[in-house]
Design a protein around this ligand. Structure first.
Ligand code: NAP
Ligand code: MG
Length: 494
């Protein structure tokens, strides 16, 4: 059982600007209650447009000073690596904050701190691998150097489902590139991102390089998106807000990188080993209560094996423990807030109304102390139903069936999203044909949701623009500057 306890009093947070923790200009704050317990667990600065513009000007000044961008990569490495080690040392404290703010299970939150630290370590190494190209093949007297230069001030806007993990897919890579940053975490889960400021200061980061503000999408996120002094915006969140940000970014044509939603298919062929895939399927849909961009929410399975699959799936999903996320044995905690709870319940009702068969769950409990939804499974789902094509962001699995591989592919690709997908088969030909034709940024074969700092991640179609992670992630935060050097005498134009 749990050794984790609710804190006696709420944590008080401040913005982190120019190397210092400060109040918002208005001195106003907002609060967060634990979605699993109802207790007040944090107060945060309510930042406005002026706070945001100030933070942007600090980041711009820090970038112009070149103190960070012209530091040797090996010195940037030391600072980024030190931050990773502090994240590891403080993992218990950080995980507890994330569980209290988001409702996610504490044992999962601890794993996420480990993943996050691993990305900081990987990014530290990347800071020593920034090299351009030289071309001496364009003529006798010409040498061209393609230099890699940091893009400048990067705004980062993150969602509530994996707070420290998602900022860790952006910030350390941008820092390795030599950029400066202004960060706005979700209003629901700002705690650990705000603490990163102190962690980075302790690690030796120069003042002004990273600035962190708590506040709402409007005005903080909007001010960042529209600013003429921001050179790039990297956003993770919903497709709707992503489109809004892209339009706002047109003011100064800042570079836009987007990691958005998904309705991710898992195609299961008759030759797959059902006993081996049941647990990964259950993990794929109920991990983080289904509040996951990578949720494996659409099963597309061959008609011949669907009955056996449902029987085994339901039996296994029943074992998923739902409850107090501070209990280390719990696998599913609370839903993030009432809006999300109502949205998920609405989809469960629509599944029933549109004629899908409820195989498990559909049940929930909502009290003063929190909102929980049990693992839910629908079969007899057809492609036009809302639960087959819209992102639910909750613990609701939809099972569709197919006859032929072409039909499976058509169902899988019949969506505006293209984030991730999987194929379950022991046949190499089937696996290769599917991986070539599924429209998704990541395709897993006989597994779900494996990921590594070394491997790029991002979406096709309306699931996003650009890629995070991997050895080239650093290029997303850099411009290529071509320098052409003439030697010898030029021939005359006139
Ligand atoms: P969201 O509503 O899009 O919010 C994401 C962030 O954008 C929050 O910090 C939010 O601020 C801010 N924001 C809201 N309106 C804004 C505006 N007009 N201008 C600028 N910023 C604005 O998403 P969410 O509800 O937090 O997260 C769920 C969504 O994220 C899902 O659709 C999921 O698929 C997607 N997601 C994608 C990935 C991925 O890597 N592909 C990962 C995780 C989540 P406030 O909340 O403070 O208002
Ligand atoms: Mg939102």
């Amino acid at each position: 059982m749990s050794k984790y306890k609710l804190p006696n009093k709420p944590f008080e947070y401040q913005n982190f600007v120019n190397g210092e923790y400060i109040n918002s200009l208005s001195n106003e704050t907002f609060e967060r209650k634990s979605p699993a317990h109802g207790n007040l667990i944090g107060t945060y600065q309510l930042s406005n447009k002026q706070d945001t513009e100030h933070a942007i000007s600090v980041a711009k000044k820090a970038f112009k000073s070149n103190a960070w961008s012209e530091m040797a990569g090996s010195d940037r490495e030391k600072i980024i690596r030190k931050a990773a080690s502090i994240i590891r040392e403080r993992a218990q404290e950080l995980a507890l904050i994330e569980t209290l703010e988001s409702g996610k299970p504490i044992s999962q939150a601890l794993d996420e701190m480990e993943w996050a630290a691993g990305i900081w370590e990987y990014a530290a190494t990347l800071s020593r691998h920034i090299t351009g190209d030289v071309n001496t093949n364009v003529g006798k007297d010409m040498t061209a150097m393609m230099q890699k230069v940091p893009i400048g001030v990067v705004a980062m806007i993150t969602p509530w489902n994996f707070p420290l993990l998602i900022i860790s897919q952006k910030l350390p890579i941008a820092l390795a590139a030599g950029c400066t940053a202004v960060i706005k975490p979700s209003e629901m889960t700002p705690g650990t991102t705000l603490l990163l400021g102190g962690i980075l200061k302790e690690a030796g980061l120069p003042d002004g390089v990273v600035n962190i503000l708590s506040g709402y999408g409007d005005p903080v996120g909007m001010t960042l998106s529209e600013s003429n002094n921001v050179d790039m915006i990297t956003f993770t969140g919903s497709t709707a807000v992503g489109k809004h940000i892209m339009r706002a970014a047109a003011t100064n044509l800042k570079k836009v990188e987007l990691e958005l939603g998904g309705k991710n298919p898992q195609i299961i062929f008759p030759d797959a080993n059902i006993d081996e895939l049941i647990d990964p399927v259950v993990f794929g849909i109920y991990f983080n209560m289904g509040e996951c961009c990578n949720s494996g929410s659409r099963i597309i399975i061959h008609k011949d094996i669907v009955d056996e699959f449902i029987e085994k799936l339901v039996a296994h999903a029943k074992k998923v423990k739902v409850g107090d996320p501070l209990d280390t044995t719990v696998k599913m905690g609370a839903i993030i807030n009432d809006v999300q709870y109502d949205k998920i319940i609405g989809y469960i009702k629509s599944g029933i109304k549109q004629g899908a068969t409820l195989q498990l769950g559909g049940t929930s409990s909502k009290t003063e102390k929190g909102a929980f939804i049990d693992p839910t499974i629908f079969s007899d789902v057809t492609p036009e139903m809302a639960i087959a094509c819209e992102e639910i962001f909750g613990p609701v699995l939809s099972i569709l069936t197919f006859d032929t591989a072409d039909e499976a592919l058509e169902i899988a690709n019949n969506t505006e999203f293209g984030l991730s997908a999987s194929v379950w088969t022991k046949d190499i030909d089937t696996a290769m044909i599917m991986t070539r034709n599924i429209e998704a940024g990541t395709v897993w074969v006989n597994n779900w949701m494996s990921g590594y700092p070394e491997i790029p991640f991002g979406g096709m179609k309306q699931s996003g623009i650009g890629r995070e992670l991997g050895p080239r992630a650093i290029d997303e935060f850099m411009e290529t500057k071509s320098v052409l050097i003439k030697t010898g005498k030029s021939s005359n134009w006139v």
